[in-house]
Design a protein around this ligand. Structure first.
Ligand code: F6R
Length: 616
């Protein structure tokens, strides 16, 4: 949510910053802006709409730039996405420019106070208060931008990453963070700042992770980090294990298309190195002692959106394999209902970005209640894993498309691994039983590959439904969260009404929605293992078909029992029931993506959304 870039170095600052913004545009894309210093003068340009609008404006007025610059791509919170509300914002003397990600909660009282002192506001944003406060503090702090930033941050409430530059120092960018992401890229004679390493990965893979409530002073040859009181602060340095090409489209028209195709590799990478030669699982990023794992009496999974759907599926696997009661809750609701947590509760926080504010706040609440928190996350060094007791990283690589695809499949794999690991640590399963599931998991990349090889008819079907107003999704058991995920993908990408139901619930009300020709996608469980469920859903298909639904059935290849009731049949490989979501989700991703493309939508940057939701 909002992408931030800062640069100090010998390269043309404007180019570096705009290129960084291009790589961060998935974080927010309703307006964009930059500030550079041109011969000691603050020069800003900002435009509503996508980055292309800013680029066009920049091309109209070529500008010189000294070696520093900052840039921002916005997801609006305060004030509509207009040129004026776009970042950067400047103080009344046009000496300081500021960009911001997050929400300054006490901005209204600060704005009033500043206006009383004669300050003139030009935008409706909360960010502008930071620009004016910095302008005032600079004078008070002897033109020391870092000291001014520390003083301002001490006054702000809420979540923010702030990045500022000042006309009086052409070798300095200063940034601060609280509850919002910020990472430094260390180069040779140049340094970078961004919300995400993707912004500078083409220049350096050496990163520095900033902690909570820290201020960084970035110069060409130095990176100095302090807390808000000016004391030197510890930081963690790390090397990014993917390169710029991983964050390119690689010949695809959209990142989402590429990311769907990357799923077999992503699943394989998430399994890699986690199974010892003797078959035992070693999840050594879990900083939880075996005794702590044995003490767990209850598991609570918290997550949002697609990650929440991964959690719903994890519940089936964990309860089945470990016999530990497992609850799954939407993170934004969790801490407001007074949940019962204690030292024997393990909270699993699933978050692709590791930055979702709702999940982060739920993690903090859980830790305050003394629960042990394990994060499942795709972004190394992000806030949620840093604040958790343990972390299991998914190795999906960078996901740029706003809709989660490969990160979802890898979250499933990570959840299965946690379930098996707990079963192993608590001696709930024999080694050979665990090995058998691991082998099935190891086979999943091939199975996903197989699905990808057979989705051409799904694309055709999707295009034929581009004019539908509603699509319903049904599932049972693990197929229900898969149905929820299919509906979410369709909503966010195709802007269509899509709803999912547990197939058994249909007759309790939603069946009234069925009318002639209404497309209903049904995820059919495997016939093996859960035969009863299979037969029940076949009855459900007949019930909706009898009422006129156009049935689109996703079932195991060779499952002839569903054929007579399927207007469209999508075959998926036969895999064990609990693992079926890994294969059953893929056609639904393709379906939503293709249908959205047929409607002319941008599947990488759907309207109103942002990849990483860093506000509550
Ligand atoms: C949907 C999607 C979102 C995210 C949700 C949580 O395609 O991407 O629903 O799953 O915003 O994000 P993370 O996993 O980063 O916490």
């Amino acid at each position: 949510m909002c992408g931030i870039v800062g640069y100090v170095g010998p390269q043309p600052a404007l180019e570096v910053v705009v290129d960084g913004l291009k790589r961060l545009e998935y974080r927010g894309y309703d307006s964009a802006g930059v500030a550079v210093l041109a011969d000691g003068r603050m020069d800003t340009e900002k435009r509503a709409g996508k980055l292309a609008n800013l680029k066009a404006a920049l091309a109209e007025t070529p500008r010189s730039a000294d070696g520093i610059g900052i840039g921002h791509t916005r997801w609006a919170t305060h004030g509509a996405p207009t040129d004026v509300n776009a970042h950067p914002h400047v103080d009344n003397d046009n000496r300081v420019a500021v960009i911001h990600n997050g929400i300054i909660e006490n901005f209204a009282s600060l704005r009033l106070e500043l206006e009383e002192r004669g300050c003139k506001f030009t935008s409706e944003t909360d960010t502008e208060v930071a620009a004016h406060l910095l302008g005032e503090e600079l004078k008070r702090q002897g033109e020391d931008l870092a000291a001014a930033m520390r003083a301002v941050c001490r006054r702000l409430e809420g979540a923010f990453t702030l990045v500022a530059m000042y006309a009086g120092d052409p070798d300095l960018v200063v940034a601060a963070r609280r509850n919002s992401p910020l990472v430094v890229g260390r180069g040779d004679g140049e340094n970078f700042l961004a919300s995400d390493v993707a912004a500078f990965i083409a220049h350096t893979r050496d990163a520095v992770e900033l902690g909570q409530d820290q201020v960084v002073e970035l110069r060409r040859d130095s990176v100095a980090v302090t807390d808000y009181d000016g004391n030197p602060a510890p930081v963690r340095e790390y090397h990014v294990d993917w390169d710029a090409s991983a964050a390119e489209k690689g010949g695809y028209d959209y990142f989402m298309l590429k990311e769907i195709v990357e799923q077999p590799q992503a699943v394989a990478d998430t399994l890699l190195g986690r199974v010892g030669v003797d078959g035992t699982l070693t999840l050594d990023e879990m900083r939880l002692a075996p005794s702590e794992l044995r003490d767990i009496e209850k598991i609570v999974i918290i997550a949002c959106g697609t990650s929440y759907h991964a959690g719903l599926i994890a519940k089936y696997a964990i309860e089945h394999w470990c016999r530990i009661p497992c609850e799954v809750e939407v993170a934004s609701e969790f801490r407001y209902r007074d949940p019962i947590l204690n030292r024997q509760t393990m909270v699993i926080a699933i978050s692709q970005s590791g930055e979702s504010m709702d999940t982060l706040m739920a993690v903090r609440y859980a830790r305050e209640q003394r629960a042990r928190v394990l994060a499942i996350c795709n972004v190394n060094g992000s806030t949620i894993p840093r604040e958790s007791d343990g972390v299991l990283y998914t190795h999906a690589g960078p996901e740029v498309g706003v809709a989660a695809t490969k990160t979802f499949l890898t979250q499933l794999v990570a959840c299965y691994l946690v379930g098996l690991y707990l079963a192993q640590m608590r001696n709930l399963k024999f080694g050979d039983e665990i090995n058998a599931v691991i082998e099935q998991l190891a086979n999943m990349p091939q199975q996903v590959e197989k699905v990808l090889g057979t989705v051409a008819p799904v694309r055709e079907l999707a295009r034929s439904l581009a004019d539908s107003e509603t699509v319903l999704f049904l599932g049972r058991h693990v197929g229900y969260p898969v149905a929820l995920e299919g509906a979410l993908k369709l909503k966010e990408l195709a802007y269509m009404h899509a709803e999912a139901f547990a197939a058994g619930e249909l007759k309790h009300g939603p069946i009234a929605l069925i009318e002639d020709g209404l497309p209903v996608v049904v995820v059919v469980p495997s016939r093996e293992g859960r035969g009863v469920l299979h037969d029940k859903i076949v009855s459900n298909i007949q019930e909706i078909r009898a009422r006129g639904a156009r049935t689109i059935v996703i079932a195991e290849e060779g499952d002839e029992t569903v054929r007579p009731f399927a207007d469209e049949l999508i075959g998926i490989p036969a895999v064990p029931t609990l693992l079926q979501p890994v294969v059953a989700t893929v056609p639904l991703q393709v379906f939503a993506c293709e249908l959205a493309l047929a409607k002319g939508n941008d599947v990488d940057q759907p309207r109103n959304l942002a990849k990483s939701v860093t506000v509550e």
